[in-house]
Design a protein around this ligand. Structure first.
Ligand SMILES: Cc1cc2nc3c(=O)[nH]c(=O)nc-3n(C[C@H](O)[C@H](O)[C@H](O)COP(=O)(O)O)c2cc1C
Length: 132
């Protein structure tokens, strides 16, 4: 697929996933694509944690209510740091958004499905804090 086709083919997937493990080399390629995204003033405020261990996935899913993506064989947790780029300017949200979009496109290019879950875990119930 060329890049424009990959962009066209990327969609949020909320169906059931196959249980096959994602090969580590694919997970690493996806993480690298995320970290190769630009960041404001190159402050690199985004960190990524890929999880493919069943026991850890189950612990994470145990705090996600209502459940989402619970059949996915891997998830990537996106962490951010509110570092000032200059004066009071912080580009952390733009930085992690660029990283996530790069990863979603890499995921599509490698033939997988994905969904960006942010609203669901950062609402008042603070699921993201429990996951952390
Ligand atoms: C910042 C952000 C937060 C999102 N949070 C959620 C979410 O919590 N749950 C969900 O099902 N989809 C979430 N999505 C996916 C959007 O719903 C989805 O991208 C949008 O409906 C367009 O559909 P598409 O991705 O198939 O093009 C989020 C997307 C973004 C960019």
């Amino acid at each position: 697929m060329d890049i424009l086709e990959i962009i066209r083919n990327r969609h949020s997937y909320r169906g059931k996933y196959k249980s096959d493990k994602v090969p580590r080399e694919d997970l690493i390629s996806i993480l690298k694509a995320g970290l190769e995204a630009p960041s404001g003033c190159n402050m690199q405020t985004t960190s990524l944690i890929a999880v493919d261990d069943r026991a850890v996935l189950e612990r994470l899913h145990s705090v996600i209510e209502p459940p989402v993506g619970e059949t996915a064989p891997a998830i990537i947790c996106v962490l951010t740091k509110r570092i000032f780029a200059y004066r009071d300017r912080c580009f952390a949200v733009q930085d992690y958004s660029a990283a996530i979009e790069n990863m979603l496109l890499a995921i599509t290019a490698l033939g997988y499905e994905s969904c960006w879950y942010e609203g669901h875990i950062t609402d008042e119930d603070k699921i993201g804090d429990k996951m952390a």
